[in-house]
Design a protein. Structure first.
Length: 507
């Protein structure tokens, strides 16, 4: 087996991976633009149409299509009763919260008390700043409807910048696999949910952090993760898998640098508000604890099927216990797998576990998983199966809300919405199961089939194990199926488009 140093040099000199030669769905889709790239095709890494630029343009185009999908609501449905925006599946929090959270009146988030039941803004500080900046940029005058429309357009423009950052970062995280980012750019659920809320800010910061880690820059990674956590809570979960992987590779200094950078960045953003407006600052955290069982969770299915409500303290306890149990399973997987898992694989699993066990699943939460799924398992068939489930859930929740808010009960009844929730849960579990299988059988991991170790692993990429459960450490173990795999040598390109596409070279 080649040494780590030789492997790294050899990988850097290899050409980009061509998904149309390794993935049957990608090959079939490429027929729309002339078919798969041939062996002797001219491939340029510079010029106007590099892979990264193409991915970014496609992502921006899909974002624009998502804006068009919201056009019926933009024109009138947001302002003419609740059910119209649901029957047209174009709801967005952005225009409603412009009025409902005091931005239309010039109130400052966290500092000024709001009228109504919600006393303070219930979003993390960096998201609140994002919302406030958009409000400052809104110089429109006239009716409140016009001002809400302009506010949504300003936010859409800012979120479009986040989309460009997201696409570029995902395309560059795996150096030799830029085209995998098309999974993000072309994801149907991305276009449908991008402007529902402000989640793209945290998603873009998380993608930038993943890029920095892949470039062996732990401090920059930590700072970006800290900022992402100041915008949304879920990015902090990535520090757990990173701890396990650094433990296994004895990269303690790098992990400590990342963790301290994350804590420092989060504190820099939060401490001023925490000190000057403590009641407003803690609203996000108290609201999360006090929130009842809500849309999209399996807890909702249980309460509706049993006709028995569950106290919020009880569901908080059980959801926490389930999340801890899932994290324990991920930890066991990370430390006992035959080969150290890739960072993106564990990051996807831990965020998916949080989504599956949480007491609420808003439609835009799918944005959290899309870039991680593209990095963890870049296979078009499985990705599209999962996306189909998410699109069905996207339609299901709006049709259910149309049913419950309309006097005529036109839409999806509770039983149908329960089916939509089940589809979302099963689709996510399906993708999780495939990622776990890739971890347990690394020779089946599409990213590693060309001899790569962990393209997004940064300092972990190519590092030997120092600790692993239940076996001696040292050189990476070979697969247990009797075939010997040379992980450091790129396989020959497959001659066909077979679904498995390629594979590690068997010796």
């Amino acid at each position: 087996m080649p040494s780590t140093e030789k492997t790294t040099v050899h990988q850097d000199r290899r050409p980009d991976v061509r998904p149309t030669r390794r993935d049957s769905i990608a090959a079939a889709g490429s027929e729309l633009i002339g078919g798969p790239l041939g062996r002797w095709a001219l491939r340029r890494s510079t010029g106007p149409f590099t892979p990264v630029r193409v991915v970014a343009l496609v992502a921006l185009g899909m974002f624009a299509l998502g804006m068009v999908q919201k056009l019926p609501c933009y024109n009138w449905a947001w302002f003419r009763g609740a059910s119209s925006q649901y029957t047209r599946a174009c709801y967005s929090d952005i225009p409603h919260l412009y009025l409902g959270r005091g931005f239309s009146e010039g109130l400052i988030p966290y500092f000024d008390r709001l009228p109504g039941d919600m006393e303070f803004l219930e979003y993390p500080v960096l998201t609140g700043l994002f919302m406030q900046v958009a409000s400052w940029l809104n110089l429109a005058e006239g009716s409140i409807q016009h001002r809400e429309q302009v506010y949504w357009m300003i936010n859409a423009g800012m979120l479009m910048i986040c989309t460009a950052v997201l696409a570029v970062c995902v395309a560059r995280t795996h150096r030799r696999r830029p085209w995998d980012a098309l999974l993000v750019a072309l994801a149907p659920a991305f276009a449908l949910t991008a402007t529902i809320n402000w989640d793209l800010l945290a998603v873009a910061l998380t993608a930038a952090a993943m890029l920095m880690w892949s470039r062996s820059r732990p401090l920059a990674f930590g700072i970006l993760i800290g900022l992402a956590t100041a915008a949304k809570l879920y990015p902090a979960l990535l520090l757990g898998p990173l701890l396990l992987l650094c433990w296994r590779a004895a990269k303690w200094r790098e992990f400590a640098t990342a963790a301290l950078g994350a804590a420092g960045a989060w504190l820099v953003v939060n401490v001023p508000v925490m000190v000057l407006a403590p009641e407003g600052w803690k609203k996000f955290y108290t609201f999360s604890q006090e929130r009842q069982i809500d849309f999209g969770s399996f807890w909702l299915i249980i309460t509706e099927r049993t006709k028995t409500p569950i106290e919020v303290e009880t569901v908080n306890t059980y959801a926490t216990l389930l999340m801890l149990l899932a994290c324990a399973g991920i930890a066991a997987l990370a430390l006992a797998a035959p080969r150290r898992p890739r960072f993106a694989q564990l990051a996807f699993l831990v965020v998916a576990a949080f989504i599956l066990t949480n007491k609420v699943y808003s439609p835009q939460y799918v944005l959290w998983l899309i870039p991680l799924a593209a990095l963890a398992r870049p296979r078009w068939r499985d990705f599209l199966i999962w996306q189909a489930c998410e699109v069905m859930y996207f339609l299901g929740i709006w049709m259910y809300l149309a049913y419950t808010t309309s006097d005529k009960h036109q839409g999806l009844p509770p039983e149908g919405y329960q089916v939509a929730i089940a589809l979302h849960l099963l689709g996510t579990l399906y993708l999780c199961a495939l990622v776990v299988r890739d971890v347990l059988l690394p020779e089946r991991d599409g990213v590693r089939q060309d001899g790569s170790d962990d393209p997004s692993g940064g300092v972990l990429d190519g590092s030997p194990d120092v600790f692993a459960l239940g076996r001696d450490t040292g050189a990476v173990e070979e697969p247990t199926d009797g075939a010997k795999v040379d992980w450091g040598v790129a396989p020959e390109e497959p001659s066909g488009w077979g679904g498995g596409g390629g594979g590690s070279r068997l010796l």
